[in-house]
Design a protein around this ligand. Structure first.
Ligand SMILES: *[C@@H]1O[C@H](CO)[C@@H](O)[C@H](O)[C@H]1NC(C)=O
Ligand SMILES: *[C@@H]1O[C@H](CO)[C@@H](O)[C@H](O)[C@H]1NC(C)=O
Ligand SMILES: [Cu+2]
Ligand SMILES: [Zn+2]
Length: 160
C-alpha cells in the first residue's frame, strides 16, 4: 500500500436528524479503487441505502445534497452493475444495536480527477436501497431508499 506523499485520503463526519452519527474514511488505493470504511451509529436495525450524492451542501440538512452522483448519466443500480450511478454504493447493514460497520471497495468513486467525489456528500437512508430492481417508480432513480437520515461532506484529509 502507498504511504505518505501521493496517497489521497478523505473523511466525512456523518450527522443526522435523530441520533445518527459516524465517520466515514476514504482511501485511494494504488490500483485505482477507493476503500470506504467507518461506522455509523443510531440507525434502525437492518439495511440502509448508502450513496454518494452530487453536492456537498447541507444548508437544508441532507435534503440539499442533490441527487445521486451520476456523472455518466446512467440509471440507478447495484454497486456491481455496469449501469449504475457512480454514487451507488448499495446498502449498509445495521445490527440490532443500530451500528453499521462499513468496508467497501469501489472503482467509480475516485478522490481526484474529473469524477472526484471530494466536496460531495455521503448519505445514509432510512430504508433499504432496492438496487434498481424494486419495480417502484423511484427504483431507477433512488432505489426507493426513503428519507435521508444522515449525511456528511467528503473533505480532503492529511495524507501523512
Ligand atoms: C485493489 O486493491 C485493494 C487493496 O489491495 C483490493 O482490496 C481490491 O480488491 C483491489 N481491486 C482490484 C479491482 O484490483
Ligand atoms: C427533508 O425532506 C423530508 C422528506 O421530503 C422532510 O420530511 C424533512 O423535513 C426535510 N428535512 C429538512 C431539514 O428540510
Ligand atoms: Cu442516497
Ligand atoms: Zn443511484
Amino acid at each position: 500500500m502507498e504511504t505518505g506523499k501521493g496517497t489521497v485520503k478523505a473523511v466525512a463526519l456523518i450527522v443526522g436528524d435523530n441520533n445518527v452519527k459516524g465517520s466515514i474514511h476514504f482511501l485511494h488505493q494504488s490500483n485505482g479503487t477507493t476503500h470506504v470504511s467507518g461506522r455509523i451509529t443510531g440507525l434502525s436495525p437492518g439495511l440502509h441505502g448508502f450513496h454518494i450524492h452530487a453536492l456537498g451542501d447541507t444548508t437544508n440538512g441532507c435534503n440539499s445534497t442533490g441527487p445521486h452522483f451520476n456523472p455518466l448519466n446512467k440509471h440507478h443500480g447495484a454497486p456491481a452493475d455496469h449501469h449504475r450511478h457512480a454514487g451507488d454504493l448499495g446498502n449498509i447493514l445495521a445490527g440490532p444495536d443500530g451500528v453499521a460497520e462499513i468496508s467497501i471497495t469501489d472503482s467509480q468513486i475516485p478522490l481526484s480527477g474529473v469524477h472526484s467525489i471530494l466536496g460531495r456528500a455521503v448519505v445514509v437512508h432510512a430504508d433499504p436501497d432496492d438496487l434498481g430492481r424494486g419495480g417502484h417508480e423511484l427504483s431507477k432513480t433512488t432505489g426507493n431508499a426513503g428519507a435521508r437520515v444522515g449525511c456528511g461532506i467528503i473533505g480532503l484529509q492529511s495524507s501523512v
